[in-house]
Design a protein around this ligand. Structure first.
Ligand SMILES: [Zn+2]
Length: 493
């Protein structure tokens, strides 16, 4: 039996709990919605915070901040004296037709809106709502944390861009050293890149302080979002000039090493953009070089977020492979085109053996790439023993939540065991520091020796298990999740 076959068989065995698992296929839509909302989903590994905000919330903030709306382009504008197409956000809120059109403009609820494809509507929406969120990063984060807590989910790896403009500008100033990566790195150090690390840490302090204030953490009125543990992934821009992308990545590695709240790197923006396609292999070399293939800082890279609608067969033939083998990525965002890659079966087997997780975003792939249902590789990945975890990508633009994605996965054939594994994977394959509570992630039959026989208990017994939880962030989050899972399953017996 091939390695992935054995892993898949073991994974299937572990999906069978002592008592009969809930049969999701027999549930009505209402039952499935309530079930997946209440189910503890461990965490979310693929969440762009700015894309997670619903248009209703942006408009509310715009009214509070006195912004205007250009009703011709249906985009937020700075505070203005209303005239012509520029109207106050408050007047748009009060106008049923304009309010509805604005919500269409800021989301994908009408994929053909403005004559755009779902792909173009999605990626262009960021520019139209950007102004409403720019001064409220703490409110954005607070909203995401509260939304997760209400879904019985308490870990988030949030994608945020630290010191975006200064890093991009520094890259432009230094210029591109024609692929001499060591010279590029030294030139940026000489130009003072490391000074941005301190600025990024201060920016993170301010972000968390604002979010905690919004959530009223530490007061009797504390909102559920205060209970969510958050870590950050450095977003870097794959359509910026090469030197700027490099500067953002270099800053990211330094930040991960300096501040434990920052745990990894991502490359974002449309993977099918001509510049992203032209520079793809160079970007993978940069990540591999700067992170020493993940040894200095782990990477979770958007790769294979492609389909025939937006890419050629040649474009779809190598992106995930290079992300894993050249960049040393430990997680892949999307991987939708993975079965199209050259040597796809061998690559999938390699990823299963190495434990490279795929962050699966079903609704996002449906709306942006027009890949859904039986055409989506979610089942193919599971059958090959690749660890997968469900996530939302950009819940506000797509008008979904994490529970919706779990219900959608069930509608598309996932069992309760698959969903339970997705939830556990969201912590086991997180970039949280420390040894895990399981020695066999994606299978979950073998607890760490220190905690054998105790998983699911209220508190660990004094000794080895308590010591493990005291020193490992990851084990602590897994312990909390297992307690929630036990309570959830017990309530349904
Ligand atoms: Zn994404």
């Amino acid at each position: 039996m091939k390695l992935f076959g054995m892993i898949a068989a073991l994974a299937a065995l572990s999906a069978t709990p002592a008592l009969a698992a809930p049969d999701l296929a027999k549930m009505t839509s209402g039952e499935l919605t309530a079930f997946t909302k209440a189910m503890p989903k461990g965490g979310e590994l693929h969440n762009h915070v700015s894309g997670a905000i619903f248009p209703e919330t942006f408009l509310k903030w715009a009214v509070e901040d006195g912004l205007c709306v250009d009703v011709a382009t249906l985009a937020f504008r700075p505070p203005c004296t209303p005239a012509g197409d520029l109207k106050s956000a408050a007047s748009v809120l009060a106008n049923d037709v304009l309010r509805s059109a604005l919500y269409d403009s800021l989301s994908t609820r009408q994929p053909g809106f403005g004559g755009r494809s779902g792909h173009d509507q999605f990626f262009s929406a960021f520019n139209r709502f950007g102004l409403a969120g720019d001064k409220r990063p703490g409110d954005e984060l607070a909203q995401v944390l509260d939304d997760l807590a209400r879904q019985n989910t308490f870990y988030l790896e949030a994608m945020v861009t630290p010191q975006a403009a200064p890093a991009v500008i520094l890259g432009v100033q230094v210029g591109w050293k024609d692929g001499d990566l060591a010279a590029q790195k030294q030139a940026l150090i000489d130009a003072g890149l490391e000074k941005l690390v301190g600025a990024a840490i201060a920016q993170t302090d301010a972000l968390e302080g604002a979010a905690r204030e919004t959530l009223k953490c530490g007061t009797p009125q504390a909102r559920p979002g205060c209970q969510v543990t958050v870590r950050y992934l450095v977003q870097t821009n794959r359509v910026a000039p090469l030197a700027s992308t490099f500067a953002q990545l270099q800053l990211g590695v330094a930040l991960v090493q300096a501040d434990k709240r920052w745990v990894g790197l991502h490359l974002v923006a449309p993977e099918d953009h001509p510049s992203a396609l032209a520079n793809y292999s160079q970007h993978m070399k940069m990540v591999g070089f700067l992170t020493e293939q993940g040894r200095l800082a782990p990477a979770a890279l958007h790769a294979g977020e492609l389909s025939f609608k937006y890419a050629t067969p040649a474009d779809m033939s190598f992106h995930v492979g290079e992300a894993v083998r050249v960049a040393g990525a430990r997680r892949i965002g999307h991987g939708t085109a993975l079965p199209h890659e050259d040597g796809a079966e061998a690559l999938a087997a390699e990823m299963a053996a190495k434990g490279v997780l795929v962050e699966v975003n079903l609704t996002s792939n449906d709306v942006i790439l027009e890949v859904s249902g039986a055409h989506h590789p979610y089942a193919w990945l599971r059958e090959r023993g690749l660890p997968v975890s469900l996530s939302t990508d950009d819940a506000g633009i797509l008008r979904i939540d994490l529970s919706h994605e779990y219900a959608r996965a069930a509608d598309e054939g996932a069992s309760y065991g698959d969903l339970k594994r997705s939830a556990r994977n969201a912590i086991a394959y997180s970039f949280l520091a420390g040894e895990g509570l399981w020695t066999d992630p994606n299978i979950y039959r073998q607890p760490a020796k220190a905690c054998a026989g105790q998983i699911g208990a209220e508190t660990p017994r004094p000794g080895a298990c308590a010591d493990l939880l005291a020193k490992s962030d990851k084990a602590r989050e897994q312990w909390r999740h297992e307690r929630l899972l036990k309570a959830f399953e017990a309530a349904r017996r």
